[in-house]
Design a protein around this ligand. Structure first.
Ligand SMILES: C[S@@+](CC[C@H](N)C(=O)[O-])C[C@H]1O[C@@H](n2cnc3c(N)ncnc32)[C@H](O)[C@@H]1O
Length: 243
């Protein structure tokens, strides 16, 4: 991971001045295109994400009551670590695990290990084109901070398009304080990492409100999830005619 992340940091000043991603300057392509051409690194990244998600996977099934939802999708869900934790806790629910082919490469093994092959469908795809239909709740963890506001609106609008009236989008991301807080130094370093390596950013509650509103969603609650600043942001569709 360091071999991929470090070079971008060496051009931090350029990124801060220009707002452009340094990763592309160093590697000549964006992060996920680079992973596509380097399957070993892609597998390493998926594994690192899986490990990083374990702490959220340990608390999410208790932090949110999924009992009334029959089908749970994870958009950009990687190897399925988070979705597997939810499905194991809610045995009557089925899952849809969405990601690119590269992102899903390790998912069959994760689902097999958790005994979930029969309860979870793999849905390869591109969330800038669409997200899979048929779920009642859409998880989306550590995705939005990889992208610009406009790209976040596109991804969330695709979730909104397929969301049932009483469905939910559950965004799981760090949330920056509204006023800069020096105790949150880790969050600001994460924010810079998103800039130099992906061209994304961390966001405040107000900034999440705005991208959700533009996508036709309204935030109902934001609760801390434990771990490094991660919060659970529960959103539902703004009723047509009200948006
Ligand atoms: C930072 S990882 C987060 C993975 C997982 N949600 C987690 O928190 O462990 C970002 C994920 O987005 C996926 N991704 C990137 N571009 C995508 C696209 N256009 N459509 C679908 N998934 C994409 C990557 O393959 C990767 O699995």
């Amino acid at each position: 991971m360091e071999e991929m992340m470090q070079p971008g940091w060496e051009h931090l000043v350029d990124s801060v001045r220009s707002g452009n991603t340094s990763f592309e300057k160093v590697f000549g392509q964006d992060f996920f295109s680079y992973l596509h051409e380097n399957p070993e690194r892609s597998a390493g990244f998926n594994q690192a994400m899986s490990r990083a998600t374990e702490s959220t996977a340990a608390v999410l099934p208790e932090a949110f009551d999924f009992a009334r939802f029959a089908t749970i999708a994870d958009v950009g869900g990687g190897d399925g670590t988070l979705l597997a934790a939810v499905l194991r806790e809610y045995p009557s629910a089925n899952g849809i695990l969405h990601d690119t082919e590269d992102g899903l490469a390790q998912a069959p093994e994760t689902l097999r290990r958790h005994g979930l092959v029969d309860r979870c469908t793999l849905a390869p795809g591109d969330f800038f084109a669409s997200v899979p239909e048929g779920a009642d709740v859409y998880l989306i963890k550590s995705i939005l901070h990889d992208w610009s506001d406009q790209q976040c609106v596109e991804i969330l609008a695709h979730c909104r398009q397929v969301l049932p009236a009483d469905g939910r989008v559950l965004i799981i991301e760090p949330v920056l304080p509204e006023v800069v807080d020096p105790r949150s130094v880790g969050l600001y370093l994460g924010d810079l990492n998103m800039l130099v390596n992906w061209g994304g950013r961390e966001r405040t509650r107000q900034e999440f409100d705005e991208v959700c509103r533009q996508a036709g969603l309204e935030i109902l609650s934001v609760v801390p999830l434990g771990g490094p600043g991660f919060c659970l942001i529960e959103a539902k569709a703004i009723a047509l005619g009200v948006a």
